[in-house]
Design a protein around this ligand. Structure first.
Ligand SMILES: [Fe+2]
Length: 384
């Protein structure tokens, strides 16, 4: 049997009200001077204060609140500069996926003054271990709190920094911090988490441990996302979504995501579509395309999502999984095709060209995809 290895954050502190423990966590890391990386919305909604107040009781705190959605290389260099402005020995990221990614950049920049952010791009390029970091997600979706990846928009492409130094020292999850998320964001980030779990489960890089995280995430999202969307104040549903998003992060942080994310990054970066929406639109079509090569796994996805698959062939059960995801997108009032996102049909050949260059994602895809396959998938995605 082939062996496997997994990597994940060093410590996870999970539960309602756990933001109050951040001071003790900072102390545990030996910190004296912390930089909080966040954005202006988190500050305005009062979420920042919930973390900053207990942290301030223990360490000196400075704040960088200029993180923008889908950060560019230039924006990341600004974060790096802020992280080098003083001798910070702790970085705390409070926000959604973009904020957590920029907290990863800040912690690497603080301990690698000789490297620019573009030097970090690629796999294992960060020279020295990052300054310790605590990641506090305020959405339940990206799973960035649990992965060794940072995504940065370079020109119109999403590029990754992959390094074990990007993994958090502490992930601190308190579900009520996600309760202020608008329903629309709850829906798109929640389906992004589902896409991480399903794509990681189908990935050729998966292993028994990532499969167990992925299946548990799929089940929890199927059971709780619609409720969190409809009743945002249901903290039980929020808690399960936070757990699911982190588990999905642990799954794809090791198994990787596949062609759905290759497509989503391609059209998302070009047409400035929020990542959750892009990943959501791509998901059912990527399941459909992969069905001939992954029917057994897709049948398990259907079962995990609560579908009755008794007496069905694997092909039929796989189709049920696809139909269930499409139905979920409709219930969550999300777009279900590229045509709904103002992507022009005549842009598809160019997008297919770009998608087929996303070799890392495509190499893990269970069914082979070359240029023609990318055209077929995008055409299906466009017309629905
Ligand atoms: Fe994603």
């Amino acid at each position: 049997m082939a062996g496997y290895a997994v990597q994940m954050p060093k410590r996870v502190v999970f539960g309602e009200g756990m933001e109050e423990k951040i001071g003790a966590e900072a102390k545990g890391l030996g910190a004296k001077k912390a930089l909080i990386v966040t954005d202006e919305i988190i500050e305005k909604t009062g979420l920042l204060d919930k973390v900053e107040r207990p942290l301030k009781e223990v360490v000196e705190v400075a704040i960088f609140d200029k993180v923008e959605p889908e950060p560019t290389l230039e924006a990341a260099e600004t974060v790096a500069k802020a992280a080098r402005a003083a001798k910070y020995d702790l970085i705390v990221g409070v926000g959604g996926g973009s904020v957590m990614d920029m907290a990863k950049v800040a912690s690497a920049a603080a301990s690698n003054p000789e490297q620019s952010v573009s030097d970090f791009m690629g796999a294992n390029k960060i020279a020295n271990p990052s300054v310790p970091k605590i990641l506090v997600p305020t959405t339940a979706g990206t799973g960035a709190e649990a992965t060794p990846f940072t995504l940065i928009v370079v020109e119109t492409k999403k590029k990754a920094i992959a390094s074990p130094y990007n993994l958090a020292d502490v992930v601190l999850i308190s579900p009520s911090l996600t309760a202020t998320m608008p329903a629309k964001v709850t829906a798109s980030t929640g389906v992004d988490a589902l896409s991480h779990a399903i794509e990681a489960f189908l990935s050729l890089g998966s292993n028994p441990l990532t499969d167990s995280f992925a299946l548990e995430a799929i089940r929890k999202i199927a059971d709780n996302l619609e409720e969190a969307f409809l009743h945002g104040d249901n903290l039980e549903a929020r808690l399960k979504m936070s757990l699911a998003a982190m588990l999905a992060g642990m799954a794809f942080g090791n198994a990787g995501v596949i062609a759905g994310h290759a497509a989503a990054h391609t059209f998302g970066a070009k047409y400035k579509i929020p990542h959750g929406i892009s990943a959501a639109v791509a998901l059912p079509y990527i399941m459909e395309y992969n069905a001939p090569a992954a029917k057994e796994k897709l049948a398990k996805v259907a079962r995990e999502m609560g579908e009755d698959i008794s007496g069905l062939t694997e092909e039929e059960a796989a189709s049920k999984a696809v139909a269930r995801v499409k139905n979920m997108l409709k219930k969550l009032e999300l777009p279900t095709r590229l045509a709904d996102l103002d992507v022009p049909e005549n842009a598809l050949p160019e997008l297919a060209e770009a998608m087929s260059k996303e070799k890392g994602y495509l190499a893990r895809n269970p069914r082979k995809i070359e240029h023609d396959g990318a055209v077929e998938i995008l055409q299906r995605m466009w017309s629905g």
